[in-house]
Design a protein around this ligand. Structure first.
Ligand SMILES: Nc1ncnc2c1ncn2[C@@H]1O[C@H](COP(=O)(O)OP(=O)(O)O)[C@@H](O)[C@H]1O
Ligand SMILES: [Mg+2]
Length: 218
């Protein structure tokens, strides 16, 4: 049984097929690297996977049930999407970190927060920082921490290391590999070809909204 399945999925806008009749099966535990030229439809593919947009034709099936039969907010707790351009809301970092707890009606788990801050080299006092003064790389890591506070079943990453130096990039890669080993299924859009082959078990190449190739790496 596939965890996530695209069945003849297209996403059209103004008569243009941005995603053009894609059929694809993601298995539980997969780590899929997604590559392809700019504008080929990679981010659109992830938005479809996270139910932020819906196919104009075809269907997306998660655990043998059509996406449209799920409550979207529940779905987004299991399938987490970390955007290409990190988006932090409110005034301070803490508001972003509190959010995943508050939508679940849970108390803040300071231990988990500390664990992730340490893991991604963010000093503890950053909780009270103004989001406007953070660097691009800090925003990317805070957005990633916000996504990972609760381990998702499927993690969708869209070029999340583009503003990071090599040490931080390596660190994020290691964290994602360990999450994948613990059972999280990963789809990672990257421009970094070395990154795309290093840890993934499948390499998906998108071109012109179509699957150009799906290579099994290991
Ligand atoms: N909501 C939208 N409405 C219209 N065009 C869009 C929309 N989203 C993306 N596009 C267009 O679809 C194509 C694919 O975009 P995108 O998925 O962002 O590509 P990639 O992430 O591979 O660079 C681009 O030509 C982009 O301009
Ligand atoms: Mg993109």
């Amino acid at each position: 049984m596939s965890l996530l399945e695209f069945r003849n999925v297209s996403f059209e806008n103004g008569g243009n097929a941005i995603i053009d009749n894609i059929s694809l099966s993601i298995e539980s535990g997969d780590y899929v690297s997604v590559i392809g030229p700019s504008g080929s439809g990679k981010s659109t593919l992830l938005k479809l996977c996270s139910h932020l947009i819906s196919p104009t034709s075809g269907s997306i099936v998660y655990k043998e049930k059509n996406f449209i039969d799920y409550d979207p907010t529940k779905l987004r707790k299991s399938i987490a999407y970390c955007f290409q351009t990190p988006y932090l809301f409110g005034d301070t970092v803490i508001e972003n970190i509190r959010f995943p707890f508050s939508i679940r009606n849970l108390r803040i788990d300071q231990k988990r927060i500390n664990e992730l801050f340490t893991m991604f080299y963010i000093p503890a006092d950053y909780l009270n920082k103004d989001v406007k003064i953070l660097s691009g790389g800090e925003k990317q890591r805070i957005a990633l921490i916000r996504t990972l506070l609760f381990k998702p079943e499927i993690l969708l990453l869209d070029e999340v290391t583009s503003a990071l130096d090599s040490e931080n990039t390596k660190n994020v890669e290691e964290a994602i590999v360990s999450l994948n080993r613990e059972g999280t299924t990963v789809l990672w859009v990257t421009h970094n070809l070395e990154q795309s082959r290093k840890c993934a078990n499948k390499l998906l190449t998108i071109e012109g909204g179509k699957i150009k190739s799906l290579e099994v790496l290991r």
